[in-house]
Design a protein. Structure first.
Length: 431
């Protein structure tokens, strides 16, 4: 490891300790590396601009963010709740089941765990804690855990960024996330079922049979978005990047149909989406100079050589990667791991013979679990900021759900077909 690389990492670590935005720390570290190497600092602009201009797939990110923001602001999630309550609310712990089902449905619209937690997740918590049906800590914990499904079931912003980093097919990654997302949902529902019996969790009144058609009809239109997206992508009608624009337009058309979004609120949504998109783009841009430094130091090749030298099997390698990301997920931001750490492991992944689609889905699932793992636990912090719910209480309540999510992750790791079967059956050639 050269002195220049040590300087870069020290600057990055120092800015993180000072709680500066991670993108600023990465840019400052990149400048420090170039200065220490005696290279022209203007090379940073060259790397960033070329990286952004050559990343067509990155256009999908702000559009998916816009679609999620419109869905949240347009009161569409409330219709989904009514339908989910009618279907499963009468079971013991019914509103907890509703929480998970709405996360599954909303994941097909937003592609963002934060959007899920801040939108329908907040509605879930208010419903669950109304009249003290559930404790605030339990409601916050199941909301944080169910929000992790958002970036697994397509569309998925992290999978789009992983495709950018790895060169994998966005369509194959989207298909690869479908079964794992449902596995995570089933794991959470098993936890709710067990806790429902142990704690005697409350039920909701059963919806009269005569009212079911109306409730389901009102919630059906939002469900058409994932159908339109996946159908359009896999019939070749539009690309995954163009699908993001379709998602945003579909969300706008739904709010027009429901008359649930004023012009003033739409302008606010556009501004919010612009700020979020700028934040993500700045992180991606700053990662290009970091990756330049890492590539110049030949670190990915050294990592690949280490793994091949120790004769790791595919399963051993994936288990090791799971352990790395689960530990680092306790401390590092998802974007940092996705844009800086993943490129380090890609040569080793290819050398060991792990399929990049399988690897990508496994990595993103790890990162999502990390968003509920203390001390970083971004989703827990989001819910704490929105509701004031005790972090300690949410962490305690999330333990059984985290164990079940980890078991689901282990199954995905040991049985690659859980990820690869759907892409392969749709004609994608995986390794």
């Amino acid at each position: 490891m050269s002195n220049a690389l040590i300087i870069m990492l020290a600057i990055m670590g120092g800015t993180m300790l000072l709680r500066a935005p991670i993108s600023f720390g990465m840019l400052a570290g990149g400048v420090g590396y170039l200065v220490a190497k005696g290279q022209d600092v203007g090379l940073m602009a060259d790397q960033v601009l070329n990286g952004l201009y050559n990343s067509y797939v990155l256009l999908a990110v702000p559009l998916f963010i816009l679609a999620a923001s419109i869905m949240n602001a347009g009161a569409i999630s409330e219709r989904l709740f009514s339908m989910a309550i009618a279907l499963v609310g009468h079971f013991r712990g019914g509103l907890a089941y509703v929480n998970v089902i709405v996360s599954v449905i909303f994941s097909g619209m937003s592609g963002s765990a934060i959007a899920d937690a801040a939108g329908p997740g907040l509605v879930s918590i208010r419903m669950m804690t109304n009249k003290n049906r559930f404790s605030a800590e339990f409601a916050g914990a199941i909301t944080a855990c169910s929000s992790t499904i958002g970036p697994i079931i397509p569309p998925s912003i992290p999978l789009v960024i992983y495709a950018l980093v790895s060169g994998s097919s966005v369509g194959a990654l989207f298909l690869g996330g479908v079964m794992p997302g449902f596995m995570m949902a089933i794991a959470l529902m098993i936890g709710i079922y067990i806790l429902g019996r142990v704690r005697n969790l409350p039920r909701e009144p059963r919806t009269p049979l005569k009212d079911m058609p109306k409730v389901i009809a009102e919630g059906f239109l939002p469900l058409t978005l994932p159908i339109v997206l996946l159908g359009g992508i896999y019939t070749g009608f539009f690309t995954p990047t163009e699908a993001a624009a379709v998602a945003a337009m579909h969300a706008i058309l739904l709010t027009i149909y429901y008359r649930s979004l004023s012009w003033k609120r739409l302008w606010q949504v556009l501004n919010e989406s612009l700020r979020q998109s700028a934040s993500v783009t700045l992180i991606v841009a700053s990662a290009f100079i970091m990756n330049y430094a890492i590539a110049a130091e030949q670190i990915p090749d050294l990592v690949a050589h280490w793994f091949t030298l120790h004769h790791f099997s595919r399963i051993e390698y994936l288990l090791f990667v799971n352990l790395i990301f689960l530990i680092l997920g306790c401390f590092l931001d998802t974007s940092t791991m996705l844009l800086v750490l993943v490129p380090l492991l890609l040569p080793a992944t290819r050398a060991v013979g792990v399929d990049l689609v399988h690897f990508g889905v496994i990595v993103v699932v790890n990162m999502m679990i990390g968003m509920v793992t203390p001390p970083f636990g971004m989703l827990l912090f989001v819910i704490n900021a929105m509701t004031g719910t005790s972090l300690k209480g949410m962490i305690r309540e999330s333990v059984p759900f985290m164990i079940l999510l980890l078991l689901a992750l282990l199954l995905m790791t040991l049985v690659p077909e859980t990820v690869l079967w759907l892409p392969q059956s749709m004609g994608y050639k995986t390794a």
